[in-house]
Design a protein around this ligand. Structure first.
Ligand code: CA
Length: 673
């Protein structure tokens, strides 16, 4: 995520620099002491429950002097039909009930605090909302399920390393006129079968199946603040890292934001269609900050409590977006845990990606992992192991990538591999291993072994991290680009000035070959398989569709690039050797060769690693502009990749010996005995 700050949110610099957590001082310490006296409430009936006795409202607001519920007939622009006084109840809650099931009605809360009535709020637990989410809705959730929902489930995932992640924004993926999709920019786009581009190539869900990814990671799809849902024809674009209602889907991705059930039904239909296609759905969650400060739903129900502050009382801002939440406080921790649990149970979400995860504490993240595994043992969790600015949370408690050893069952993005392969994320012209820059070899090796301890990897030479921070490859997500920063295509355009498009596509193939063959879990940004770009723009969070949309005619133009990516997913899925699950196995089976050259890496995955049918896999990466000669042990080798081509089933054989590795390419060989 990155909104306000342009250079600080993608890792390294911040996670390294911040090893000096500021202690909390007096004024704020006093508030901490007050907050710690608030009783937490962990009931699942918070805010709204409808049963045979009627409709029940329960607001957690320990500081309130009074609290009310206002009822409405419509989602906006109508007067309240009733105002209910709430009664102070147990564990910081206030309650009110109506002896009728108020399905179809809307409601808001407001509290009296320091002698004043604050603004109305839909609360923090609104699960259904109208347009722009200003009023919460009372609906019967049993009517929102698509046919077959009771038996719907995502793919079974034994280990996260078996997953191939495809990160996409709803509009990017379907909005372009060439997509051939009817429900452009909507949840429903991913329910359409048989869609084709203007040039006849598969698009939409058919494209995902053809590519062979296992999971899509959808950018924020809860109700966010920045897009006016009452003005859909002029819909503006936003990534959605500005949370408003955490527990309801975003309205602009539905066909009718004013009808609270529509967005819920359509998101479920999308998930069902993907599950039916064997594809899992990972949701990007942003509990680390809210779009607003004093007028956020958190602030209007429990002023101050959910946020961290500086010693002068101002909002602390580790998110770079104006505030940061306080996961270490019990009710906030409960909130995060219960919210992801809700998405997993109600929407059958298969995985969660935590934005700026290091703003949260490790105890909360462990609670998240434990709770989700109880809901569904196939769920997995990963996150950005950094913050975007300093935080009062002590370094040792932050869910940093450097602390991932304290978080079993959680993975972090490897900025190590990312920056070493393609060049630094914030310096556009900076090159990496795959584009012939020196100084990255050892860091690429750190990526290959998934930041686990390996006798042939010297962490003191690591560019970003200086120690083996992962306890297992299951804790690492490998990537060379995502929605943040330049897309891989744009990065290559900026850093390879003067090179031909063919040379850039070659560099992209080498970079992704390193990602897909490294230990850990591969992650790719939607559209890279057709060499999509973002018009050379670094931070596109609020740029129009003309910048962010994937032009699907590229699939025809760059058909060879797409074919290469299909072979990469096929290779990885067919060979468990790339998907080892323990650090011990990686240290035992991966053997690096001593080869000269800053941009040459050669290694073997030996002895039928992880039960692979291949006895040995030899991988040589040449990131230089010159051909390199390597000595391959004599034997019966199948050629898997050579000179910018890759075939998972092989493309001929070789006896080994002296072999030439073409510039900017991977040589991959395999032998069965
Ligand atoms: Ca919204």
């Amino acid at each position: 995520m990155k909104i306000n700050l342009s250079k600080l949110c993608s890792g390294t610099a911040v996670s390294a620099v911040l090893l000096c957590g500021a202690p909390m001082l007096s004024a704020q310490t006093n508030m901490e002491n007050v907050y710690s006296t608030y009783p937490a409430y962990n009931g699942t009936d918070l805010e709204l429950k409808v049963d045979n006795q009627g409709t029940h409202f329960t607001l957690w607001s320990p500081q309130a002097q009074a609290a009310q519920v206002s009822l409405y007939d419509t989602d906006r622009n109508s007067p309240s039909t009733a105002v209910l006084e709430m009664i102070k109840s147990d564990n910081g809650t206030w309650r009110a009930s109506v002896p009728a099931q108020l399905y179809g009605k809307f409601y808001t809360f407001r509290i009296k605090y320091n002698g004043k009535w604050l603004d109305e709020t839909p609360g923090v637990w609104a699960k259904a909302v109208g347009a722009n989410g200003r009023r919460a809705a009372i609906i019967d959730f049993s009517t929102t399920n698509p046919i077959g929902w009771e038996t719907d489930k995502g793919p079974e995932v034994k280990n996260i390393t078996d997953v191939i992640i495809y990160e996409m924004h709803h509009r990017d993926f379907s909005i372009h006129p060439s997509s051939g999709i009817t429900n452009k920019g909507k949840f429903l786009a991913l329910t359409e079968q048989g869609t084709r581009s203007l040039l006849g190539d598969k698009t939409g869900i058919d494209h995902l199946k053809e590519l062979g990814i296992t999971h899509i990671h959808i950018l924020p799809s809860y109700d966010y603040n920045s897009v006016d849902e009452t003005q859909l024809p002029s819909n503006v674009y936003n990534w959605g890292y500005d949370p408003y209602n955490y527990n309801a889907p975003e309205g602009s991705y539905s066909t009718n934001p004013a009808n609270p059930a529509t967005r819920i039904m359509e998101m479920k239909q999308m998930i069902k269609a993907l599950h039916d296609a064997g594809i899992g759905v990972i949701m990007d969650v942003v509990y680390n900050h809210t779009a607003n400060n004093d007028d956020s739903n958190f602030s209007l129900t429990a002023p101050g409590y959910y946020y961290r502050h500086r010693q002068d009382g101002s909002y602390s801002d580790a998110s770079g977006c104006g505030n940061e939440t306080a996961s270490e406080r019990q009710q906030m921790r409960n909130y995060i845990v219960n919210s992801v649990k809700y998405w997993a149970e109600e929407y059958h979400i298969d995985g969660f990606r935590f934005d700026l995860m290091a703003i949260h504490d490790t105890e909360t993240m462990n609670e998240v992992a434990k709770t989700l595994k109880q809901v569904n043992p196939h769920i997995f969790i990963y996150g950005e192991g950094w913050t975007c600015g300093d935080t009062p949370l002590p370094v040792e408690r932050r869910a940093l990538k450097e602390n991932v050893a304290k978080m079993e069952g959680i993975a972090v993005f490897s900025d190590d591999l990312r920056d070493a392969v393609k060049g630094h994320y914030s310096n556009g012209e900076n090159k990496g291993f795959a584009t012939n820059a020196p100084g990255n070899k050892e860091t690429v090796k750190i990526g290959i072994v998934a930041s686990t301890a390996h006798p042939q990897v010297d962490y003191s030479k690591g560019n970003n991290s200086k120690f083996a921070y992962a306890t297992a490859p299951t804790q690492i997500i490998n990537y060379v680009s995502c929605h943040d920063d330049y897309s891989l295509t744009d990065k290559l355009h900026v850093s390879m000035k003067g090179a031909s498009e063919d040379e850039m596509m070659r560099a992209a193939r080498l970079a992704q070959t390193i990602v897909f063959t490294s230990q850990g879990t591969p992650f790719m940004f939607a559209g890279e398989e057709v060499f999509r770009d973002k018009k050379g723009i670094h931070n596109t969070y609020n740029r129009p569709d003309s910048v962010n949309a994937i032009d699907w005619t590229l699939k025809n133009k760059n058909a060879e690039q797409f074919a290469y990516y299909c072979e990469l997913t096929k290779l990885r899925k067919a060979h468990p050797a790339f998907r080892m699950t323990t650090a011990e196995a990686v240290a035992k089976h991966i053997v690096f060769d001593d080869v000269k050259g800053e941009n040459l890496i050669s290694y073997s995955i030996k002895d039928n690693a992880n039960g692979d049918e291949w006895k040995e896999i030899k991988l040589v990466f040449n990131g230089s502009k010159e051909p390199c000669e390597v000595k391959i042990k004599k034997g019966e080798w199948i050629v898997i990749a050579q000179d910018g081509q890759l075939k998972a089933d092989g493309m001929g054989t070789t006896k080994g010996g002296k072999m030439t590795v073409a510039p900017t390419s991977a040589l991959i060989l395999a032998r069965v005995k």
